[in-house]
Design a protein around this ligand. Structure first.
Ligand SMILES: [Mg+2]
Length: 187
């Protein structure tokens, strides 16, 4: 079984964690400048329509009151390493996708926890308690579905249908799959 773990608003959350003045406020991690793009936006900034990869100038127009913080990748890498050490308690089979996302194969996990779902919730709890950050997780028999499950946690029932038979896919599951890159339109 695969667990897809994704740190929530990672760079922005690290900034809010380390700088109490930024907590509860819209935070945009980006260099200033016309050619700069947003590296991360806190949940408070997302409410204004700001999101990662958006031009920093547009983010400034959408949310002028946001705190613009230049990225500090050295610090994010250190936190990412701490997250990875939590993963390593559970499995050695880790495939990082970026500083804030990874696939973990927990089919055989090091702690003997009975189910992948329990491993996922334990990992989320350890990240929360030890690093003061939150993460989302999706659990499924393969990477593709684990990533969809992470995005659509509330629609997990779709995936059971999906695994059973393509004919049983409902609209929501079709939509979720289409929203993932690399998926054939024949679904
Ligand atoms: Mg993330």
């Amino acid at each position: 079984m695969i667990v897809h773990v994704d740190m929530d608003a990672f760079f922005a959350s690290v900034e809010q964690r380390d700088c109490p003045d930024l907590r509860g406020k819209p935070v945009v991690v980006a260099w200033r400048g016309k050619r700069s793009v947003v590296c991360a936006a806190s949940f408070e900034a997302r409410r204004f329509g700001v999101h990662s990869a958006m031009a920093a100038t547009l983010a400034e127009r959408l949310c002028p009151e946001a705190a613009f913080v230049p990225p500090d990748f050295t610090r994010y890498r250190a936190v990412s390493q701490a997250v990875r050490e939590i993963f390593l308690r559970h499995t050695d089979l880790i495939e990082p996708l970026s500083l804030d996302e990874a696939y973990l194969d927990v089919t055989v996990n090091k702690t003997g926890v009975a189910t992948a779902t329990k491993v996922a919730s334990l990992i989320r709890q350890q990240i929360r308690e030890e690093l003061n950050l939150t993460a989302s997780a999706g659990v499924a028999p393969n990477k593709f579905l684990a990533k969809i499950a992470k995005k659509k946690v509330a629609k997990l029932s779709c995936f059971a249908h999906l695994l059973e038979s393509k004919k049983k896919c409902n609209y929501n599951s079709i939509k979720s799959i289409r929203s993932n890159a690399g998926c054939s339109p024949q679904y």
